[in-house]
Design a protein around this ligand. Structure first.
Ligand code: ADP
Length: 604
């Protein structure tokens, strides 16, 4: 991994270039100084040899005959690997280790000899005609009593010197190359030592940028790199914590938003949807997923949504929220509330809108308004009648007793209507408030029906409409509120008697049907037209208002029945043929063994 690091190779390349440059410079300097030293050494050794030769040559140069002098010089030169020459003051060669002095020309004009004449010694590097090769010469003047008597000369072939210098150069190059190899190896190890943790940190930082905060850098170092790695590990840990907090906050928020019944839409500064919960998607009839990222005006069929968001986002607007109620579709009403969204710096970054479907509320409001209007109208009629009758009786003191009696009877009749109206309204308001008075208990529907029939016997006889009840001999129990169930049976029987002319009949039947009990009230009365059937359970709805009023109806009886049956978990239906009669059917869940707890049992 580290071998792929560009930093490693960059550092290493610079380091290698530096080492190479250093090696070249150091090599040149060393070799130059070594060559100089070697040349000095050679020169010095030529000088020492010349001094020895000088002492050896003095007797001969002073003119003492020595037949073996040439032989001795030759042997000495061969022993020390140096050419030795002895020259007299006139330049004649007296002895030479490498040549025959008799055949050699006058050496008085040789550069080294001339230099020696001037300085006492002389040096020259040149081609030797006598031995046929390039040589380095050192000449020394031989003097006695301040008078020069000759010269001695030592010389080395340049090839020997070059050979020595060559050895020296090779040794320097080999030394430098080995030092370079060691330096380069050490440099690589050093560069890796620094780059490896950096590569590990780069990988960890890369993982962090991808959202993986679990990577840690394990370094046992206390230098700046170790401190940096520890800081990076801390950063990863704190980033992980923060990300987890943000994620859990976001999840919580999105759970809350998706669970809300209100629709919530958030848009960015370009009015593109950044969030839309399920409720909002349902209200706008769009897909929440497909809406993300699209402009709000493109997806919303209600232009008021985008208008209100634009208004909320307007930089000049300082209002915290903007509200509007919009009717969308036939009976759908949406309450909208938009507010701007600002970032930490207070800049406007978007807006959020909350949509609330208030259709049900509006419908209930309308029903309530209608109900209040109907109720006040229904109450006004008997009150007006009573007031009129009473005023007439007060004004006309001489009203004949028979007429006064009739007036009083009508006042009683109207007050009875008022009473039953107020009773029915009270019952309905209790039912609306989900507050059925009395506790639930086991109620024997059979007994309840028999009691109701018995209480209506005199009325049925007066009207000439007999009531016939049939059912099983055993008790037929349901769990419920006795008073409310009693009202169901009474209202149905009362209606059957009211809307059945004399000569007709009413049948009440109780039959078990599986786990349920069916109560049927069938009459042979005036019946109900098909178009009115769905509406007779509405409050104050009466097929024939005058007739209902005449028989003391309030228009609330069936809506009370429907309400009670519903709260007891039952169902209500009606079959009717105008002129033939009607059958009202109530199906209630029967009391099962498990339901008959001690609390519900009627002690009687
Ligand atoms: P009301 O007090 O007027 O009887 P209800 O709510 O009990 O009010 O009944 C609503 C309407 O349904 C009545 O006005 C009547 O027109 C019709 N209705 C109810 N029961 C019968 C029935 N057994 N036969 C014919 N019409 C009926």
């Amino acid at each position: 991994m580290v071998l792929h690091s560009r930093l490693l190779w960059k550092i290493y390349a610079s380091y290698s270039a530096l080492i190479l440059a250093l090696a070249v410079v150091v090599g040149l300097l060393i070799s130059k100084s070594a060559i100089n030293d070697t040349l000095d050494e050679i020169r010095q050794s030529l000088e020492y040899q010349a001094i020895f030769l000088r002492d050896l040559s003095i007797p001969t140069l002073q003119g003492e005959p020595d037949a073996l002098f040439q032989e001795r010089v030759r042997n000495l030169g061969a022993d020390i690997d140096t050419r030795l020459t002895v020259i007299d003051a006139s330049g004649v060669v007296l002895a030479d280790s490498d040549g025959n002095p008799a055949r050699m020309d006058n050496h008085g004009s040789r550069p080294e000899v001339l230099a020696s004449q001037r300085e006492g010694f002389g040096m020259a590097t040149r081609y030797s005609n006598s031995v046929g090769m390039r040589m380095m010469y050192y000449a020394l003047t031989v003097s006695t009593s301040q008078r020069p008597i000759g010269y001695v000369r030592t010389a080395l072939p340049l090839s020997i010197i070059d050979q020595r210098l060559g050895h020296l150069r090779r040794a320097i190059i080999i030394g430098l190359v080995m030092a370079m190899i060691i330096a380069l190896l050490l440099g690589f190890v050093l560069a890796r030592h620094f780059v490896q943790p950096l590569a590990a940190m780069t990988m960890a930082a890369h993982s962090m940028s991808q959202g993986d905060y679990d990577k840690r850098i394990h370094l046992m170092r206390t230098d700046e790199i170790g401190t940096l790695a520890t800081a990076l590990n801390h950063l990863a840990a704190s980033c992980k914590d923060r990300t987890e907090t943000i994620l859990s906050d976001r999840n919580r928020l999105s759970t809350i938003l998706s669970g809300m019944t209100e629709g919530v839409i958030a848009v960015n500064a370009d009015e593109r949807v950044t969030h839309m919960n399920r409720a909002a998607a349902k209200i706008l009839a769009v897909s929440a997923e497909e809406s993300l990222g699209r402009p709000i005006w493109e997806i919303s069929r209600m232009r008021q949504v985008s208008e209100l968001l634009t208004e909320a986002m307007c930089p000049e607007s300082n209002e915290p929220s903007h509200e509007q109620l919009v009717a969308s579709g036939e009976d759908q009403f949406i309450e909208m509330r938009a507010a701007p969204l600002n970032n930490g710096q207070g800049e406007r970054v978007g807006a959020v809108i909350v949509l609330r479907d208030v259709s049900n509320l509006r419908r209930l409001e309308m029903i309530r308004e209608e109900f209040v209007a109907n109720a006040s109208h229904e109450l006004k009629t008997p009150i007006t009648a009573i007031r009129g009758l009473v005023e007439t009786m007060i004004d006309d003191k001489e009203l004949p007793p028979a007429q006064r009696e009739r007036f009083l009877e009508r006042i009683w009749h109207q007050s009875m209507r008022l009473s039953s109206l107020s009773m029915d309204l009270l019952t309905l308001s209790r039912l609306d408030a989900n507050h059925v008075e009395g506790e639930e208990s086991l109620v024997d529907l059979r007994e309840l029906v028999l009691d109701a029939v018995e209480s209506l016997i005199s009325m049925s006889e007066t009207k000439g409409v007999p009531i016939h009840a049939e059912g099983p001999a055993d008790a037929m129990e349901v769990v419920g509120n006795e008073e409310a169930l009693c009202q169901v049976v009474n209202n149905l029987l009362d209606n059957a008697l009211k809307y059945t002319p004399a000569g007709g009949k009413v049948d009440v039947r109780l039959t078990p049907q599986g786990d349920e009990i069916v109560l049927e009230v069938q009459d042979t009365g005036i019946g109900i037209a098909r178009k009115d059937l769905p509406r007779i359970f509405e409050r104050f709805y009466r097929v024939d208002k005058a007739r209902s009023r005449e028989v003391g109806g309030t228009g609330l009886g069936l809506s009370i029945v429907k309400h009670i049956v519903k709260t007891h978990g039952g169902r209500l239906s009606v079959d009717s043929v105008p002129g033939k009669g009607s059958t009202f059917r109530v199906i209630l869940p029967g009391a099962r063994e498990t339901d008959t707890t001690d609390d519900c049992l009627d002690p009687s």
